[in-house]
Design a binder for this molecule. Structure first.
Ligand SMILES: [Zn+2]
Ligand SMILES: [Zn+2]
Length: 818
């Protein structure tokens, strides 16, 4: 064993091993291996935002720990990496960067700009994944924007269409007027904003009276199709069935009874418009009311708005309020805090528009989703209710069409004559209907030979929500069921409603099987001020800054130790600094071991002493605890267990207590020195193995220098996970050893308090053991106490006495003379 160098450069070590591991190919899944059990991770293909941020560091550290742990446990681990390229986010950035709208360029040119931006972002994020030391199998890398992937998304659509899950319908959808596309419920964020409640007089027909209606959206007056009151509200139920005049447009509508009207909100009388909000949609369906479409796709008033046509929503609101005032119909206004839905990509308030769209029937799956969610193992368990609650809360089916450019084309055409829907056949895909005709001669219904291509593209979640099957090799590999369902699906707490949910409904619909067996949830990364980390809050820390300053192994310790799995985790520089200091401590300990084991040979005869048996037993118990914690994805417990053991028990106590034995074989005898060597060798190796999933780089460097030759594995990552050795567990040795260590620690503590150097000689120490059992334990091991504390004369008495008390054993006291 050759001594480790004094200094170590954590970042250089990390770079070196990241490169070597890739060259060795040790993280590749072995498709040919049929002996080891498989473990497949459904790595979420990230949306390339161009930044691998601290949230990603947290997320990827979690499941990389699992991957490395499972590999050491003997699994053939499948750890793929893809990129979820399509979507509004990239389009919005391209529009901003080039100061254009998607309509200013032909679709293929616009798409090229998107692809270019995505490639740039992927390169940056891939670098982040590599720098974090993730044990990804890079031969699996894929991009959802490539036609090979389109094929999979389109195929899954065709299968679900044939199974009756996909339909085209005219149904109100969430609409972003800035992005000019439909968006799903999961893409709507809710924000509190200041609004104004307008009290408006609606004249009753056939009388001089009026009803007062309070609304925050007076611009929707031209689309008012009814006025509703609660039938139990005695103030107003007498008006039910009568006609009322909609001001400004002077149409009459009926006053209808509706139990969902809240008598205490506003005036208790509400106008039903198409569509001011989701409630309006429900009321219109319940009462079969007519629909007046008021908005254009880019958020302007259309011809149904009469004189307001062409105005933006804001302009129309202003103009209508002025006109109401002029007509004497605006009684008063009040400001109000209201929650409004905004587009999660551009924060524009969303509207509700009714246009033909493609939908997936998801609500009919809610019961199956709930059943499957209960079968899945959740880390932590309480997260499963988030998925179930979300599934139950959905009002609408999933709108899967997007009126955008950068997405997988919907493989559909329409007959020009009779509008018949022509869905591509399975063997036509990948196909872009805008560029290719359907592979049929004529419309099967009317014989027409002309077809209109579908211009819409799929919601990007249509691409990524089949990842569990795609990762497993569906549909190309015959044996794809071997890796399906995925053993682990990792997800952020914020994307349970999208990623975890969409995966569930797609796979249940496609294969009638749940997509993953377990789900590992990470919380959000908070700033040091406890608020969600965000660039606008000035509490933002960029991941490269952390990795450059303290290295990956320190950052991974922060991620693993920051809090319970699933909880939000604050980013604190001191946590990373602690991680870095731990690495130095570990390195120095390993270096000490390497200098003391120059002549050590595995298998040499030795005579284990009490303190050797004490730490060997403790190491077994720690192994058991760490293993249990990792089995339950309790990373914080695992990392704290090993770090405390390594730092405080191995370094501070054991190493200090055996130095004298190592340095003076002439006093103690060669077999006792060998025993200390044996113990150092085995305990350090155990620490390295248990840390390997969490701190892969520095542990590998130490392994290569100290152990690789003996252990015969080319990487620490390939060594088998240690099983706790029952024979090494020795309660008596632990009890006696703790006593000896406590006494040594107390004598050394006193020395430090007296400001003496630790190697200062103590003339005399008189120990009052308190009872004869303690006295004999101390007597049997007095060599270690004398040697470690440098005592000339040690006197051991079994009676109680006055003196400095030993913290963990207050019955024992001692007096020392220098
Ligand atoms: Zn938007
Ligand atoms: Zn036709």
């Amino acid at each position: 064993m050759k001594p480790l160098p004094k200094e170590f450069d954590a970042i250089a070590i990390e770079r070196k091993w990241q490169k070597k591991w890739e060259e060795m190919g040790i993280y590749r899944f072995d498709w040919e291996d049929k002996t080891r059990p498989t473990f497949s991770i459904d790595t979420p293909p990230p949306y390339p935002s161009g930044e691998f941020h601290m949230g990603n560091v947290l997320n990827w550290t979690y499941f990389d720990i699992v991957a490395r742990y499972k590999r050491m446990r003997g699994y053939n681990v499948y750890f793929p990496q893809g990129w979820d390229c399509h979507g509004l986010g990239i389009e919005v950035q391209v529009e901003r960067e080039h100061n254009i709208s998607k309509r200013d360029l032909p679709p293929d040119k616009f798409r090229k700009l998107c692809e270019k931006l995505v490639e740039k972002y992927i390169a940056m994020m891939r670098e982040g994944v590599i720098r974090l030391g993730c044990s990804v199998d890079w031969t699996t890398e894929y991009r959802t924007m490539n036609p090979e992937y389109w094929k999979l998304t389109q195929l899954s659509f065709i299968i679900l269409y044939d199974k009756g899950f996909m339909y085209r319908g005219k149904h109100p959808v969430n609409w972003c007027p800035r992005c000019e596309t439909a968006i799903a419920d999961a893409e709507v964020d809710y924000e509190e904003r200041e609004g104004t409640l307008h009290y408006i007089r609606f004249p009753l027909e056939g009388s001089t009276g009026h009803l007062l209606i309070a609304t925050t959206r007076p611009e929707f007056i031209p689309a008012c199709v009814a006025v509703a009151v609660n039938p139990v509200d005695d103030r107003f139920n007498k008006y039910v069935g009568r006609k009322i005049t909609v001001p400004i447009v002077n149409r009459t509508v009926e006053i209808i009874p509706d139990e969902n009207v809240e008598p205490s909100f506003g005036t208790g009388v509400v106008m039903i418009c198409t569509y001011g909000d989701k409630e309006d949609v429900k009321t219109v369906i319940r009462h079969k009311l007519p629909v007046v479409n008021l908005l254009t796709q880019d958020g302007k008033i259309n011809q149904n708005g009469g004189k307001y046509a062409g105005l933006t929503i804001k302009e129309a609101r202003k103009a209508i309020i002025e006109d109401l005032k002029a007509a004497g119909l605006l009684e008063k206004t009040e400001s109000i805090r209201q929650e409004i839905g905004v587009c999660d990509r551009c924060e524009t308030p969303i509207e509700i528009l009714e246009l033909p769209q493609w939908f997936m029937k998801t609500r009919i799956l809610t019961e199956k989703v709930e059943k499957a969610a209960n079968e899945v193992v959740w880390y932590p368990d309480y997260m499963k209710t988030r998925l179930i609650d979300w599934a139950r809360s959905l009002d609408w089916d999933w709108v899967i069409s997007r009126q955008r450019v950068f997405g997988t084309p919907i493989p559909v055409w329409y007959c020009k004559n009779c509008n018949e829907i022509i869905v591509a056949k399975e063997d036509w895909v990948p196909i872009d209907p805008k560029l290719e005709k359907p592979k049929i001669d004529k419309c099967p219904k009317c014989g027409c030979k002309e077809f209109i291509p579908e211009k819409d593209v799929f919601d990007t979640w249509m691409d990524s929500s089949i990842s569990c099957a795609v990762h497993a090799g569906w549909p190309n590999r015959e044996d794809w069921r071997r890796l399906f369902p995925a053993d682990l699906h990792p997800s952020g707490v914020d994307i349970i409603r999208t990623w975890a949910y969409y995966l569930m409904v797609r796979h249940l619909a496609l294969f009638d099987e749940k997509p993953y067996k377990s789900c590992l949830i990470n919380g959000m990364v908070l700033g040091s001020d406890g608020r969600k980390m965000s660039k606008s809050l000035k509490n933002y820390v960029a991941a490269p800054d952390v990795l450059d300053k303290y290295g990956t192994d320190a950052a991974r310790q922060w991620a693993a130790s920051g809090g319970a799995t699933g909880s939000d985790i604050p980013f604190r520089w001191p946590d990373v600094e602690y991680g870095r200091r731990f690495l130095t401590k570990l390195w120095n300990a390993a270096r000490f071991v390497s200098t003391q084991l120059k002549d050590y040979k595995v298998g040499e005869k030795c005579e284990l002493q009490l303190l050797d048996r004490w730490i060997l037993s403790k190491a077994e118990k720690m192994t058991q605890k760490v293993t249990e914690a990792l089995e339950k994805c309790q990373f914080n417990i695992a990392v704290e267990e090993v770090r405390n053991f390594a730092w405080h028990i191995f370094c501070d106590q054991y190493i200090e207590a055996v130095k004298d034995r190592l340095y003076k074989p002439e006093v103690y005898g060669e077999e006792k020195r060998k025993a200390a060597q044996y113990t150092l060798y085995n305990v350090l190796y155990r620490i390295l193995q248990l840390l390997a999933p969490i701190i892969p780089h520095v542990t590998e460097e130490i392994y290569q220098n100290l152990y690789a030759e003996d252990k015969g594995q080319k990487s620490l990552q390939l060594t088998p996970w240690p099983e706790p050795v029952k024979e090494n567990m020795d309660e008596e040795a632990e009890r006696k050893g703790s006593l000896i260590m406590a006494l040594i620690t107390e004598i050394r503590r006193e020395k430090a308090e007296k400001r003496k150097p630790l190697n200062a000689q103590i003339e005399r120490v008189k120990v009052y053991a308190g009872k004869s059992e303690y006295a004999s334990i101390i007597s049997e091991n007095k060599e270690d106490i004398i040697g470690t504390c440098k005592i000339s004369q040690l006197e051991i008495l079994s009676e109680k006495g006055e003196g400095r008390k030993v913290q963990e054993f207050p019955e024992i006291a001692f007096i020392s003379e220098y």
